[in-house]
Design a protein around this ligand. Structure first.
Ligand code: PEP
Ligand code: MG
Length: 571
């Protein structure tokens, strides 16, 4: 028996035989050909077969994963039909009398090299698309069977170096019980896909493809991030029990789907979801979300080569508002910059992008972009319960300037005879310590706060949220963070306003008891965490958690806080 440890990327337990997804051998020799026309025809046929194959994969991805995740295959199809790539290949076959394989490979390599050298994320992605498409066409030219996960017809665990979106989209949920990969992290593409497909997964094991042979019995423990290869029958039995317990637990949580989120002493809080696209709404409803607490609109602006139009945005916002049927939907205006780049805006490189020209700072300067988004939002407002919030607000002046622009656009729309909802709550993200400290002043002017702990923690601790080496400082339960959270909640309540939280901390089991005690009104998290959080809150008394909160605010270290929460929640 062998054991591997990795990152728990998607919850659940899977036990099945291993199916290795390994790269096919695509090597070939360059040869001279006699009949160039015949060779061009062979190339065209390989292109057509690849096209037909990609269309099937794209359509399946649309059904299983949604439009946005299927978009990558659309990009691959575009590469296939691009004459700028195809014409030079055919010309090379005709003029140099070389086989199609080498004409394809040499031409594609040239484009890949050219795009990769550009200091532009968008072009780098195009290079990856060309590489992916070239492999597919080569496999058809060589008559090599590309491993085809969609053809799997028995229960398996996929073992791979990494899973590309194209691999993941082909996974047949009926047979693919789990997967494990050598590389990747919790936010890598494969991990995100696994969560939306609800397939248990452990990524980043480093050696899964070396350690696991085809047909080995494998246990993927997506709860702990462990992989067991050819386990003893006792361990299999143990894991079957854990799996059953987990499924029973999920079934218990599922009973709460239509229940309100009330503590054991009858205090109501709202459990809402973080979404990135209208397609995520299915998950919100299935998991009993009471609304949307954070719609990250920047995804609308990504994976394309120009800004979305007002009309495109209006359709997306309207779809989300109608989909939530009157439940609250908090839409955050564009939060670009930092780790979220928009290559087509061509902004200069900065020394400290997280401290630079981003989010509301960019919107207040590039007002055309901001105004288009606000108009789309205002027009969509009459289709549901819209609340708007501005990201990365550092000063009251910024909030007032953004609000004034919103008001101007509203007046313009009304003059044009467009319909706009009478009352749209207007709030801010609290992600910058200055805003938390000055929350009492902000609370007089905003309708609500939403605490963005992902950034608030990094700015408070001066520890980059993506840097592994300083991750020991990135501590949500630090009493310093908890005090800032308390300041914000208290300030809002003093003015009769409400506070939500949409950073990852809101869905964290250890943080929830403290946040309940501090009086947080709204918890916004990934949809799949909602039912578990609801179950936890229903078992806690707010009055007890108030005492716990008071206690931890006066503690010195993170570990003391964790210990106190464990003690308070296990009695
Ligand atoms: C929710 C947040 O925003 P994002 O993760 O998109 O920066 C946050 O900072 O907590
Ligand atoms: Mg943020």
């Amino acid at each position: 028996m062998t054991f591997l440890s990795g990152i728990a990327a998607s919850n659940g337990i899977a036990i099945a035989k291993a199916y290795r997804l390994v790269e096919p051998d695509l090597s070939f020799e360059q040869t001279k050909i006699d009949d160039a026309a015949e060779e061009v025809e062979r190339f065209r046929q390989a292109m057509n077969k690849s096209k037909a194959e990609l269309e099937v994969i794209r359509d399946r991805a649309k059904i299983d994963l949604g439009e946005d995740k299927a978009a990558i295959f659309e990009a691959h199809l575009l590469v296939l039909s691009d004459p700028e790539l195809n014409t030079p290949i055919e010309d090379k076959i005709t003029s140099e009398h070389v086989n199609a394989e080498s004409a394809l490979k040499e031409t594609a390599d040239m484009f890949v090299m050219m795009f990769e050298q550009m200091d532009n994320e968008y072009m780098k992605e195009r290079a990856a698309d060309i590489r992916d498409v070239t492999k597919r066409v080569l496999s058809h030219l060589l008559g090599v069977q590309v491993v085809n996960p969609s053809m799997i017809a028995e229960e398996v665990i996929i073992v791979a170096e990494d899973l590309t979106p194209s691999d993941t989209a082909q996974l047949n949920r009926q047979f693919v019980k789990g997967f494990t990969t050598n590389i990747g992290g919790r936010t890598s593409h494969s991990a995100i896909m696994a969560r939306s497909l609800e397939i248990p997964a452990v990524v980043g094991t480093k050696t899964a493809t070396e350690a696991i042979n085809n047909g080995d019995l494998v246990i993927v423990d997506g709860l702990k991030g462990e992989v067991h290869i050819n386990p003893t029958s006792e361990l299999v039995e143990q894991y079957r029990n854990i799996h059953e317990e987990y499924e029973a637990q999920k079934a218990e949580w599922a009973k709460l789907v239509n229940e309100p989120t009330v503590s054991a002493d009858n205090h109501h809080v709202e459990l809402v979801a973080n979404i990135g696209t209208p397609n995520d709404l299915k998950g919100v409803t299935a998991n009993g979300g009471e609304g949307v607490g954070l719609y990250r609109t920047e995804f609308l602006y990504m994976g394309r080569d120009q800004l979305p139009t007002e009309e495109e945005q209006f359709e997306a916002y309207k779809a989300v508002l109608e989909g939530m049927a009157g439940k609250p939907v908090v839409v955050r205006t564009l939060d670009i910059g930092g780790d979220k780049e928009l290559p087509y805006l061509e902004l200069p490189k900065e020394m400290n992008p997280f401290l630079g020209f981003r989010a509301i700072r960019l919107c207040l300067e590039e007002q055309g972009i901001f105004r288009t988004q606000l108009r789309a939002l205002l027009r969509a407002s009459s289709y549901g319960n819209l609340k708007i919030m501005f990201p990365m607000i550092a000063t009251l002046d910024e909030f007032r300037a953004a609000k004034a622009i919103l008001e101007e656009e509203k007046q313009k729309l009304l003059t044009e005879g467009q319909k706009v909802a009478d009352k749209i709550e207007l709030g801010i993200m609290v992600e910058i310590p200055s805003t938390a400290v000055l929350a009492d002043q902000f609370a007089k002017e905003v309708d609500f706060f939403s605490i963005g702990t992902n950034d608030l923690i990094q700015y408070t601790m001066a520890a980059d949220r993506m840097n592994q080496r300083v991750s020991y400082l990135y501590q949500p339960y630090s009493p310093s963070i908890l005090r800032l959270v308390k300041m914000v909640i208290d300030a809002s309540h003093a003015e009769g306003k409400w506070t939500g939280m949409c950073g990852e901390m809101a869905g964290d089991e250890t943080a929830i008891p403290i946040l309940l005690g501090l009086g947080l009104d709204e918890f916004s998290m990934s949809a799949t965490s909602i039912l578990k959080a609801r179950s936890l809150i229903r078992n806690l008394k707010k009055s007890d958690m108030e005492k716990l909160a008071q206690e931890v605010l006066n503690m010195q270290t993170t570990s003391q806080v964790i210990e106190a929460v464990n003690l308070a929640t296990t009695k």
